[in-house]
Design a protein around this ligand. Structure first.
Ligand SMILES: Cc1cc2nc3c(=O)[nH]c(=O)nc-3n(C[C@H](O)[C@H](O)[C@H](O)COP(=O)(O)O)c2cc1C
Length: 233
């Protein structure tokens, strides 16, 4: 057994070290490693232990077909068709944070504000799942659609996956862009009709030379986010 301080330190190393990875080595990720990561992540808590999540782990030819379909449809201007509601347009402080991380990424990638070609290339890279060697599509049981708790549970397990992957030496980016053309993902990943597509996670060995992989995004402070109630100290 690890001592408490060693455990806390190992945990902090994973949490503080993890960042979204958007450039990958082409080296394939062994299925056994992905299985271990998912087994670990599925220890995540869920409402009433309902475990509404399911996963489609895609690589090789089916993933290439998803990349091609996503790219084709997006270039053709097909509107996005996610299977859940999003807040498409952030305003105020949320918009500021969105712009903040985009600025960091574009600076790292040397993409100028008015460079339309490079910006389009970056967006298309997202639709190609950042050319990751594998992708995990997170779905949940359609019978639970309507409540907010199953998406909440999927968020929990998704966070657990990216952290477990990091602890195994893999990088991830949770990627809305990858499932924006949901019919493409549904067809090529063979997603069952009783499953709703929640999100996907691009996963693989990080390409250490890819500049955006070094970006450490900002966080609001504990003082901004937290209200302590009833404490004496
Ligand atoms: C639900 C969700 C969807 C996301 N979709 C995208 C995406 O489509 N493209 C992208 O580059 N990053 C995406 N991200 C990654 C976020 O931009 C990233 O987590 C955030 O900027 C914080 O950076 P960090 O993960 O490096 O700490 C997504 C993250 C979440 C949680």
């Amino acid at each position: 057994m690890m001592k408490e301080d060693e455990l806390a330190s190992a945990y902090a190393q994973v949490i503080r070290g993890r960042r979204s990875i958007r450039g990958f080595q082409s080296r394939p990720v062994p299925q056994a490693m992905l299985r271990d990561i998912l087994e670990l992540a599925m220890r995540a808590p869920s409402s009433l232990n309902s475990q509404p999540w399911n996963f489609y782990v895609v690589t090789g030819a089916p993933l290439e077909r998803i990349r091609e379909g996503n790219t084709e449809r997006n270039l053709a201007g097909v509107p996005s068709s996610r299977e859940f509601r999003g807040n498409e347009k952030y305003e105020g402080v949320h918009r500021e944070r969105q712009v903040g991380v985009a600025r960091q990424l574009f600076a790292a990638m040397d993409i100028a504000r008015d460079d339309k070609r490079k910006r389009l290339e970056w967006v298309l890279r997202g639709f190609r799942q950042f050319d990751a060697p594998a992708c995990i599509v997170v779905t949940y049981d359609r019978v639970l659609v309507g409540g907010d708790i199953a998406p909440f549970d999927c968020g929990g397990v998704t966070n657990a996956i990216v952290n477990a992957a990091w602890a195994h030496g893999l990088g991830c980016v949770i990627n809305s862009q990858g499932i924006m053309q949901s019919p493409v993902v549904r067809e090529h990943a063979g997603i069952a009709d009783d499953q709703l597509i929640m999100i996907c996670i691009a996963i693989g060995y990080p390409d250490e030379s890819f500049p955006a992989n070094g970006v450490v995004s900002e966080r609001k402070s504990v003082d901004e986010a937290v209200t302590f109630v009833g404490f004496d100290d």
